[in-house]
Each structure stands twice: as C-alpha cells, then as structure tokens.
Design a protein around this ligand. Sequence first.
Ligand code: ATP
Length: 249
Amino acid sequence: KALLEKALGEFSLDLRLITNSTNEKLKGEGFAHNKLVVAEYQSAGRGRRGRQWVSPLASNLYWSLGWKTQLPVQQLGGLSLIVGLAIVKALNELNITGVELKWPNDIRYQGRKLGGILVELSGDMVGGLQVIIGVGLNVHMASNAAEAIEQEWINLQELEPTISRQQVLITVMQCLQSYLAHFSECGFESFLPEWQNYDECYNKKVAILQGEDVINGIGAGVDANGAFLLQTGKGIKPIYAGEVSLRFR
Ligand code: ATP
C-alpha cells in the first residue's frame, strides 16, 4: 500500500475489498480531488453499454481513477486510447510485449482480451470536468469465473508467470500519470505515432456495427481526435466511439 501511495503522487487511494463497480463507486460519491479506487471484487463490474465485466475475487485488477481536468469535453476523444497506451507502456516495462489495442477500449494479446477501459463523465462541470477512467485487467483469473466470459480472453500470468498485481498496478499508475499530464498539455495528436505501433486494426478488414447498420471497410488508423478511420469504397470515414462496436471480418 505504501509503495502504491508513493506511486500515486497527488491521487488519494481508496482500497476496497468489495464494491458493485469501481466506476459506480466514484460516480456515487463524487470526488473533489483526484482519486484512485481499487477493489478486490466487483459484484456488478461493467463494460460498455451495460455489458458485464467478469470480476472474481482477488484474481485480477479492477480500478477507477477519478480525474479532474480543465480540458473541454471535445478534447477527451482520445482519452481511452492514451489510457490503453499507458497500460501497454507499463506492461512493456514489466517485460510483457506483444500487447495490442483494439479501438476504442480493448487491451488484447493475439486476439484475446486482456483488459478493458471504460471512460465516463461524472458530476457537475463547475471548476472542470470530473472524468472516471475505469480499467479491468486480467492478471490471474479464477478458473470458476472464466466460463462467464463469452469471448476469447487471456491473463497476464500466462504471459509472465512471476507477475504480481501490485507490480502491475504501481507501474501502470506511474505511466498513466505521466501520459495524462502529456495528454493535458499536448492533446491526443502527439500520441498518434505511438498509437500506430499498437493499433490491432491497422490495415485489417473490419466491420463497424451501429444498431442494425453495418459499415465494412479497412482500418486506416485514428485521427487527431481519436476517431477511428475507416477506409471504405467512398473514401475515409471517421467513426466516433459512442454507440458503435468494431469487429474483425
Ligand atoms: P465493443 O466492441 O462493443 O466494446 P466488447 O465485447 O469489447 O464490445 P466491452 O463492453 O468492451 O465489450 O466489454 C465487455 C465484454 O468483455 C463482455 O461482454 C465479455 O464478452 C468480455 N469480458 C467480460 N469480462 C471479461 C474479463 N474479465 N476479461 C476479458 N473479457 C471479459
């Protein structure tokens, strides 16, 4: 705990054994200052659009960072992408390589899901936005929980057997704070070259699903706002994260 607190600098720490969801916890309580909530178990862990995030006890990492920012909401489009980049950077520092990012919020290894990011806005906007950055990262999934996950997934311990949750969390927090500071100062555009290095969709055939609609194309990177660029027969179309899902074809 002391090491984590040191790594957190100005972020205060709230360690929980059990919570419904670390994002909900921050949303419910609000936060006057930057804050990290970490839980050992989430009874109602969430992905995007209400999907379940499987969160067994003492197996993986589940945390949310409450981050106050003066950035206007229009400049937050690339936030979940730079959070992914900070996590990849931290994993690289721990000798875990080959991790890729699937726009807008998946952390994957050879097509298997290692973690997910859920960015939400909360609270009133007086004196800056309150942003909640939630992350679930599989470290050592309890085997009885695994069957609840309806897609291919993987654990960090499969990639690096000696890894510990504490090590990962501390290294991620150090990287994330420096990425957030750089993002606040220079915007997402300055991360574009780094995104290209880990963009799982680049040059791949993908489908964008929006409700009943499907748009097929080829991944052509992201733009300076973090929108996905889809190469279609009619040229390049920017896709914004909101209500869409991306699938490989
Ligand atoms: P989209 O592309 O629309 O975001 P998604 O499947 O990536 O779709 P998310 O909301 O990002 O959806 O994540 C939720 C999904 O992730 C769940 O429906 C489940 O398939 C999968 N999942 C849930 N828990 C875990 C976990 N611990 N590890 C890996 N994958 C999980």
